[in-house]
Design a protein around this ligand. Structure first.
Ligand code: ADP
Ligand code: MG
Length: 379
């Protein structure tokens, strides 16, 4: 395996094993996880591989094939939030989160090689974290299992890397299975696998990576999350998940105007997840199309996390005959997913690329995805 050779080149010894953790696309249920709500992600074939070797001297050494940086050499005992500010914060944060939760973990040599595009809304950060969590679970005999590892990976991203994300990305990378979408209830991290095989219905799920990431995203995400928490508090709810769809009118009388659209998105998006799962259970994959398009409108108009590039991708795809399209991931750029009949996929892809050319945007990356396996040991 290529990562084994690279590991030997970097660290001068054989790894103890190789682990894989995938990126994800979320079919529906965006910005709902930190509201204790529902989501429906799939793992994608794009994966982060980690060749790892346990060390018993307390050193944590990290190297990535992406970015060509030097080996990052840290002492596990010195790990603390704020101590690492580069990419290494994501993997080192997992080791910190494990130790902070009372698990007896030491050092390791870690070499990463990933096919998950970074910053494209496909969760390369969660893939990085989950690879480390799964490797440590095995190397240190922790016996924690996927959902607990996902929670620790989220804690690493929140408390160590300083990104206030919900748990959906890590749950998708850790718990998804091939051929299924993960119906996630973020309250208590409950989940079930829902069979999802667009190919069997003559359909294709395309990812349009717009290759833009707008900087305002970082602060805006935290502000949106804070807005949701404030709205829940004003409504006397533990989380916005507890507001039923018919409670919106009453909520409108209580909430400041700026918070109402956020609440409307979360409530309608949770309902869309439930609706999408019912369609998938009944084998109506094509019925996801209008749900995706409605979700895009909600993210654009109510939650306001879309941008010109993602709006253009979604509109161009639907105009060219796709069944539906929406921005996936946190927003402010990143990727759009498109559900399309297989025999129209080429024409729809060409229409999106042409629309980007016409607007003077960078050429997007387009690729089909099918639901792949979650994190696991591969060697
Ligand atoms: P996303 O998770 O949607 O890809 P994020 O901004 O959450 O976007 O995470 C991207 C960051 O994760 C990168 O900027 C980098 O710091 C880190 N990262 C992800 N994969 C790798 C990798 N293979 N090697 C080094 N850093 C990585
Ligand atoms: Mg991320």
């Amino acid at each position: 395996m290529h990562v084994n050779e690279a590991f030997r080149r970097v660290f001068g010894a054989d790894p103890d094993g190789v682990w894989a953790a995938p990126g994800r696309v979320n079919l529906i249920g965006e910005h709902t996880d930190y509201n204790d709500g529902f989501a429906l992600p799939i793992a994608i074939p794009q994966t982060t591989l980690l060749a790892a070797r346990r060390r018993d001297d307390g050193r944590l050494r990290l190297h990535s094939a992406q970015g060509d940086g030097p080996v990052v050499d840290l002492a596990v005992a010195d790990l603390a939030p704020g101590a690492v500010t580069t990419w290494a914060a994501y993997p080192a944060g997992v080791v910190w989160a494990l130790a902070d939760a009372g698990h007896r973990v030491g050092g390791a040599d870690l070499h990463f090689d990933s096919t998950v595009p970074t910053g494209a809304g496909l969760s390369s950060s969660a893939a990085l974290e989950c690879a480390v969590a799964f490797a440590y679970d095995d190397l240190y005999g922790l016996g924690l299992g996927p959902p607990a590892l996902a929670r620790l990976a989220q804690r690493a991203e929140n408390a160590f890397a300083g990104v206030p994300c919900g748990v959906m990305d890590q749950m998708a990378s850790a718990c998804c299975t091939e051929g299924a979408a993960l119906h996630l209830d973020s309250r208590g991290t409950v989940y079930e696998q829902v069979p999802f095989a667009p190919g069997a219905r003559g359909l294709s799920l395309l990812v349009v990576d717009t290759r833009v990431k707008h900087d305002l995203g970082d602060g805006a995400y935290a502000a949106l999350r804070a807005g949701c928490e404030q709205a829940a508090a004003l409504l006397g709810l533990a989380a916005l998940r507890d507001l039923p769809a018919d409670g919106l009118d009453a909520a409108a009388r209580v909430l400041p105007a700026r918070l109402l659209p956020l609440v409307r998105h979360v409530v309608s998006e949770n309902a869309r997840v439930t609706e999408a799962v019912a369609h998938l259970r009944a084998g109506r994959v094509e019925a996801l199309g209008p749900i995706l398009t409605a979700a895009h409108a909600s993210l654009r108009d109510d939650y306001r996390v879309s941008c010109a590039e993602t709006d253009l991708a979604a509109v161009a795809a639907v105009d060219a005959g796709a069944l539906g399209a929406r921005i996936t991931g946190g927003g402010f750029g990143g990727s759009v997913i498109v559900l399309v009949e297989e025999d129209r996929a080429r024409a729809v892809g060409a229409a999106v690329t042409a629309a980007f050319g016409g607007a003077g945007y960078r050429t997007p990356h387009l690729f089909p995805v099918a639901p792949a396996a979650g994190a696991r040991r591969v060697a």
